[in-house]
Design a protein around this ligand. Structure first.
Ligand SMILES: [Cu+2]
Length: 101
C-alpha cells in the first residue's frame, strides 16, 4: 500500500501595512509552512513609505521589501517553520512577527 499523506494546500494570507501608529495588521500573523504572506500598503498617508524587513532572521529566511508606497504589495513565501520578526526600516517602532507552524 502506498503511504498517504494529507497536506493542506499552500495558502495566501493578506496583511496590511497600516500606519506608523498602528503598524502591521494582523500581528502576529500565524501561518503554515509553504504559505505566502502578502503585505499591502494601506496607509492613509500615501506618501509615507514603509518596509517589511526581517530582523534577526538568518538567511535564507531573511527578507526585505525595500520602500513600499501606497497600494503596493510585497510577498514572502515561508518555507521553514519558526517565528520571524520584522520591522519597518523607516519607522523602527513598526514591528511584527510571522509565526510559521
Ligand atoms: Cu514605516
Amino acid at each position: 500500500m502506498p503511504t498517504t499523506t494529507t497536506t493542506a494546500p499552500p495558502q495566501t494570507v493578506e496583511a496590511e501595512i497600516v500606519s506608523i501608529g498602528v503598524g502591521f495588521l494582523p500581528n502576529p500573523i500565524e501561518i503554515n509552512v509553504g504559505d505566502t504572506v502578502v503585505w499591502t500598503h494601506v496607509d492613509m498617508a500615501p506618501n509615507i513609505p514603509h518596509t517589511v524587513t526581517s530582523q534577526g532572521v538568518a538567511p535564507p529566511d531573511d527578507f526585505d521589501s525595500g520602500l513600499i508606497f501606497e497600494g503596493a504589495t510585497f510577498q514572502v513565501t515561508f518555507d521553514n517553520p519558526g517565528t520571524f520578526s520584522y520591522f519597518c526600516t523607516v519607522h523602527p517602532n513598526m514591528q511584527g512577527q510571522v509565526i510559521v507552524n
